[in-house]
Design a protein around this ligand. Sequence first.
Ligand code: NAP
Length: 403
Amino acid sequence: MGVQSLLVNKHACFTAPLCYKKQKTTPSSFHHHPSAMSASLQTAEPGKTRVGFLGMGIMGKAMAHNLIKAGYDVTVWNRSSSACQPLLDQGATLGSSPAAVVDATDITLAMLSDPRACVEVALGPQGVVKGLASGKGYIDVSTVDAATAAQVEAAVHKGGGMYLEAPVSGSKKPAEDGQLIFLTAGDRALFDAGAPLLDVMGKASFYLGDSAGNGANMKLVVNMIMGCMMASFAEGLALAEKSGLKKEDLLEVIKLGAIAAPMFSMKGPTMIQQQYATAFPLKHQQKDLRLALELGGATDQRLDIARAANRLYEDAMGGNYGDADFSAVMEAVMSKGMVDVGEDSEAQRRQQLYEIRAEATMLVESIEDRAVEAVEAAQAEAAEAVKEVERLRLELEGLKGEK
Ligand code: NAP
């Protein structure tokens, strides 16, 4: 079955160049999950719809803020509750657990770090599923793999709720500006009911299928490309400098050519300064590359460039840049210990040879020393023996004289 897609764009939807399927149609394979049919969900509306938001990290905080600004009644929860305070100051209510938030609201969104966090928050003892009832919706906007999305979807359906996976394209600034792109799949009724919420937080929403997976996969493909682009850009900056070129000049050249990208213009100047204020944490970029590589393994698709880029992000994490912005991959690229793999193994071979030679030399020297010591000891013993023989000879001669 091909991907069923639909773009809903609040700004000039049907003229946007991104719009690769313009007809607002329901995929023929679409079906509601039986439990989701038992109670209908009203289209979200400020003042009427109660919204839950789980996860007040970089992205969640900005997205929840926009919902409050748009007039929605928002209940928030975060694992470490202090992160909720700015939202409470803006008028949000604090939920005591994911289950309590879902219980108190109509549609709950979650923006969590990784698959593990999403499963814990959804299926844990005080998790989302515990608060579900027929007619409630759960929209997970975190970046996870398709299997995790499907696992949560099944649990939500079992609990009687509706599920939509909706990972986002866009970083901290688009989240603050309400300019994210949602890549959704799951219950169409929830997509329709939640559309006004997505419109507040984003500029476009793709509906990619009626069961979870396509949204996750689309997001991983996009972020794999982004991670490779950033790593390659960092290598370009480093190589330009090593070749005696000005990195600023490289930025200007790139900006005017076919490989120009907003990401290069936005991150380039700070990368040159080696400043990495976090918009997209490097640890999350590495997680997305890891998940994309797993997807490559599952689909038998070779991903050599992504594999090499992933190694650089892993190195940067080893260098303690996990919480820095993903542009800090620059530090791994510039690090002496992380030169080209071929050169690296050649350098290691030379080092091993040097160490073996040094050890052999020490061994020979110690054998020579011991041989000299042994010869000297033998000579001393022989001299003693000669002296003893002489003493005995004299003693014998003395005895003969007495006779
Ligand atoms: P973040 O600032 O690191 O926030 C992560 C959130 O997840 C925090 O609220 C954290 O709670 C929570 N969390 C982590 N482990 C948890 C667990 N075991 N149980 C409960 N909560 C847990 O990350 P972010 O930048 O907002 O990104 C969130 C998601 O969006 C990630 O999947 C990321 O890949 C994706 N994304 C990010 C960007 C971006 O530019 N930042 C862009 C697109 C997509 P604590 O505060 O208690 O640690």
